[in-house]
Ligand binder design. Structure first.
Ligand code: NAD
Length: 739
């Protein structure tokens, strides 16, 4: 009997009195938790409680996934309502937000205490609130499919699992394992989830409902373990001898992973620590309080805006010019099979494109292809790929030294040494084969695209596609429009980036574009500190404390010091008398030319690298310091301010100079491109959060102490005077549907 139509759930009640609640939201490809979903779920629970004919329930989904989590727009709506209400009465607004945020959690508590057995039949991925629904069921069965992900990713956007996840998961898996999962916002496949205690059974997809029904029929227990007398948390509570060990390690892990910059991770730790010492109802109340506090914290709003809405809008083609048909990309050429070219070949082949990979000769190109083999072998080891995948990827990459192989390519990307003359030569060689109609892209880090385009047969079909290293890990690609780059080339570049499933930003041409130019200020600030005599370890730790993924010296080692040296030489040659030398030049010259230290690539840079992958700061660095400062006289927070302010300020200059056109690209580019303190939401969100006026004052202060590089640009002064934020002045256009 089918009882409801045109709703988010369908209810089928069998003769045995078991209700199958099938989640299938109309006009959506994914089930998400909305107010309407909560309303329908609430009504179903009422019925389950009151209708004696119902003996139990199965919750499942008719979509490929079970549920992707809460509707983020709904959460942000609650945050906005709070902000407005708080202007007149903050206390009342906070209380209202708390009640609002508890409604989902209360609903799930009602589900698990309704007195009838409820089983989750997970046919597909269940994340966030979707998994929390399953956790509130008395039994969880999942289809046997390794692609299914079961996890709580909330911390990735500055939130915590607020539907009881921080309370039920540790009561099922133990504090340690559940914290590991929640702190990184991770997920498990069904087998791992069963082994950890998160779910109870894994069965073949076709027998999912049968197994669920069998469980309900086998006089299933409708009481959760934590609601029974004598319940013990796996691994013990925080004050038990075994539980205590979890917290010693857990606190260290938390500190290591977050450096205390992430309120969500801290709140998750507190929820579990406090919640495991009290009955679950109190634990759920504790969770709701922390959840409310996170929603009132700008970190969550900034992270959601950047990591969720902006990344999605850009990936869907927010910057793609309209009216141009989707490109048919089947075969691409990559010239230069070094670190970058090899990575570009891999991500392209992994996405199903045929790749011609050229280097000086076939042997060099084969070396580049070997990276793909290494990466897929790593995936096979981790159970993420098969031998067949390896064969397919390698078959798609044709290595060689003959430019004739480029015939039939739909796009060619060059990634040879950063040398203008060499790049000119490559452009000519490629276009002698492909002609001028095939879009030519350069992966140069710093050479202006407009200048390089002059060597091409058609500057309109010449563009920059700038990858980040390591290519297979980094999610961002910076597309650079030269002065004459046409819309078609831009569309092809964006379609290519979409095909390889990365996030593009589109910037206008200038030396260093956006990413290299801004990240250079971070590295340079590190060099300046070294020059000033700040202890190297303090420089590196301050960089990480500021929120950067690695210190500036470690980062320089990763991109390689000889590349920095080449970039400086190229800039010097191009700029002539306008070139301004900085302490960076002396240090890089000394490292590369004086000491033969090129960075990680030759295991010698600012760090010494061991064969086992470990590294230590090179003790000889002190010899490069004209003087050495006493660390006790230094203010670490000032060093952190210098790192973040230098980058944010350079971003404002990029906006002022029209290198950047869209605030979303500034933020997404900074966090995905070089890992600018993700908890800030990006370089411009960092300024907006403190307010342009406060940021202006910080820059003035830094300028007084450290020099003209902190001179605030006119745009910042103007914004500060007008009390406007960047997201107010440069509000992005409303989302456009994907093409
Ligand atoms: P790399 O030194 O690892 O590789 C360069 C490759 O070009 C080498 O394999 C070399 O043999 C090949 N090559 C040189 N002359 C050639 C020729 N005449 N014909 C064919 N191949 C030739 O350098 P990389 O780090 O991969 O950098 C390549 C480009 O990517 C540079 O323009 C660089 O600025 C840019 N880039 C580098 C990074 C980075 O982090 N390393 C990031 C983004 C962009």
């Amino acid at each position: 009997m089918v009882e409801t139509k045109d709703t988010d759930f369908r209810i089928d009640i069998g003769k045995d009195g078991i209700a199958v609640l099938t989640w299938d939201m109309p006009a959506r490809s994914m089930n998400v938790i909305t107010e309407r979903v909560m309303g329908e779920l609430g009504a179903f629970i009422d019925r389950l409680e009151s209708d004696e004919a119902l003996t139990g329930a199965i919750i499942t989904s008719a979509k490929p996934a079970f549920c992707a989590g809460a509707d983020i727009a709904m959460l942000l709506g609650a945050g906005k309502r709070y902000e407005e209400a708080a202007r007149s009465d903050e206390r009342a607004a906070t209380a209202a937000l708390f009640e609002d945020m508890r409604s989902f959690s209360n609903l799930l508590r009602r589900l698990e205490t309704c007195g009838k057995p409820v089983v989750a039949a997970l046919n597909g991925t269940a994340l966030g609130g979707g998994l929390e629904i399953a956790l509130a069921c008395h039994h969880r069965i999942c289809a046997d499919d390794r692609a299914i992900k079961l996890g709580l990713p909330e911390s990735k956007i500055g939130l915590l699992p607020g539907g009881g996840g921080t309370q039920r998961l540790p009561r099922l898996m133990g504090a340690g394992d559940s914290l590991k999962l929640m702190l990184r916002g991770g997920s498990l496949d069904p087998d791992r989830a069963r082994a950890s205690g998160m779910i109870d059974e894994v069965v073949a997809a076709r027998s999912l409902l049968k197994s669920a029904r069998a469980w309900v029929e086998s006089s299933a227990d409708p009481v959760q373990p934590w609601d029974k007398d004598g319940f013990r948390v796996p691994g013990g509570t925080p004050y038990s001898p075994s539980g205590m060990m979890t917290w010693i390690a857990g606190n260290a892990l938390y500190r290591k992973q977050t450096l205390d910059n992430y309120p969500a991770q801290r709140a998750i730790m507190s929820c579990v620590f406090e919640g495991l010492q009290v009955p679950i109802d109190v634990g759920l109340r504790i969770e709701a309080r922390y959840f409310t506090s996170l929603l009132r914290n700008p970190v969550a709003g900034n992270m959601i805006r950047t990591f969720f809405f902006s990344v999605q809008a850009l990936a869907k083609g927010a910057r793609r010019p309209g009216g141009i048909a989707k490109s048919r990309l089947r075969k691409i050429g990559v010239v230069g099979a070094g670190m970058m070219g090899a990575g570009i070949a891999y991500v392209s082949a992994a996405a199903g494109l045929d790749v011609v990979l050229l280097d000086r000769d076939k042997a060099a190109a084969e070396k580049g292809r070997a990276l793909s083999e290494k990466l897929v072998r790593g995936r096979i080891k981790r159970g993420q790929a098969s031998e067949a995948d390896l064969k397919a990827v390698l078959a798609r990459i044709e290595p060689g030294g003959d430019y004739g192989l480029l015939k039939g390519c739909d796009l060619v990307i060059e990634a040879v040494f950063e040398d203008r003359a060499l790049k000119d030569e490559i452009i000519a060689k490629v276009q002698a084969v492909t002609g001028k109609s095939v879009v030519f892209a350069s992966n140069t880090s710093t050479l202006p695209i407009t200048g390089l385009a002059e060597s091409s047969l058609d500057p309109e079909r010449f563009i920059g596609i700038h990858f980040f290293s390591p290519v297979h890990k980094m999610g961002l690609v910076e597309i650079i429009r030269g002065e004459r780059t046409g819309d078609e080339a831009l569309a092809v570049a964006l379609d290519y980036v979409r095909a390889i499933r990365k996030t593009p930003i589109v910037v206008n041409d200038a030396r260093g574009f956006y990413a290299s130019r801004v990240v250079a200020t971070y590295i340079e600030e590190g060099h300046r500190m070294l020059d000033e005599g700040v202890p190297p370890a303090m420089i590196e730790n301050a960089g990480r404390l500021a929120g950067m993924p690695v210190g500036p010296l470690a980062l320089n080692d990763e991109v390689s010091l000889d590349l920095s040296h080449k970039i400086a030489a190229a800039a010097k040659a191009d700029l002539g008398a306008d070139y301004v030398a900085t302490p960076r030049e002396r240090i890089i010259e000394e490292m590369v030319v004086g000491r033969g230290r090129f960075g990680r690539k030759n295991a010698k840079g600012f760090y010494d690298y061991n064969e086992d992958g470990g590294k230590r700061l090179w003790p000889g660095l002190e010899e490069l310091q004209p003087e050495r400062l006493d660390p006790d006289t230094l203010d670490v927070s000032r060093l952190c301010d210098r790192f973040l302010a230098a980058q944010a300020l350079e971003t404002v200059r990029c906006l002022e100079e029209n290198i950047l056109e869209d605030v979303r690209e500034a933020d997404v580019g900074s966090v995905l491109g070089w890992g600018f303190a993700p908890f800030t939401g990006g370089t411009l969100s960092y300024i907006d959060t403190m307010g342009p006026a406060r940021f202006l004052a910080l820059c003035e202060d830094l300028k007084a102490d450290h020099g003209a590089r902190f001179e605030p640009p006119a745009l910042l002064r103007d914004m500060a005077a007008g009390k406007e934020t960047f997201y107010e002045r440069y509000a992005p256009p409303p989302a456009r549907a994907a093409e």
